[in-house]
Design a protein around this ligand. Sequence first.
Ligand SMILES: *[C@@H]1O[C@H](CO)[C@@H](O)[C@H](O)[C@H]1NC(C)=O
Ligand SMILES: *[C@@H]1O[C@H](CO)[C@@H](O)[C@H](O)[C@H]1NC(C)=O
Length: 243
Amino acid sequence: MKLFVLLITLIALKPTHVVGIESVVFDNTSGTPDTRFKHEIGVSYAGLTLFEASNFVLKTFKQTLGGGQNYTFIEATVTSFQGSGLGSYPLQVAITGGNQILLNADYVEAYIGDVKAEFTGILYHESTRVWQWTANGAAPSGLITGIADYIRLTSGWPSKNWVPRGSGSSWDEGYAVTAYFLEYCSGLRDGFIADLNAMMKYYYSDAFFVQLLGKSVYELWDDYKLQYGGNPPAPALAPGSGY
Ligand SMILES: *[C@@H]1O[C@H](CO)[C@@H](O)[C@H](O)[C@H]1NC(C)=O
Ligand SMILES: *[C@@H]1O[C@H](CO)[C@@H](O)[C@H](O)[C@H]1NC(C)=O
């Protein structure tokens, strides 16, 4: 394993206190058939992007003292999932637990198109998973992945494989379907995602949508869908699902 970049971002907690968040990326692909990470992305770019992604996530969440996860570093490892028992077909994209991100080098290898752009978006998604609240895992998984893809979307790195806006048959279908719905909700209230995330620290209720936007999540979903009159339900996620 090769340690490459270690970057530190300063996050203001109180006017007189700052805490550093280190971003560290390991390339574990040496000696494997996976060469595209090294050639088309590289640890230097990955480390810088991981660093920028945390800044973007924390800014979106408006996190301040007491609102944070208290991590002092984020670590990402690019490694082959093959034979590791981590995932098979369709290729698992990444796994995040706590402040540790595992990125599948086999997914990078098999990706068709601009893999650097795809990888950048994945880092924004996974960085969100590190920092977001999930009501200790009790929040709907579709909302959790939807918030992560909302951040990926607003960072400017959506996936070219995403379904179009207005797709999907339920608000908590997850990933891009929910991300586009949350984008609509964010247009109704400044700081919506920051407020929703903050409310999800200890428990979750659909009533949060009523509290923040004055309508139930089902009414909001109907309002959102009305803007698009008739996109068919989203197909199953394209190869490369689960991140
Ligand atoms: C690094 O790759 C080797 C196989 O090439 C694997 O056994 C090991 O678990 C990997 N390490 C991590 C942290 O993924
Ligand atoms: C973060 O630190 C504060 C102060 O020590 C503590 O009250 C809080 O529970 C910690 N948060 C987490 C997620 O561990």
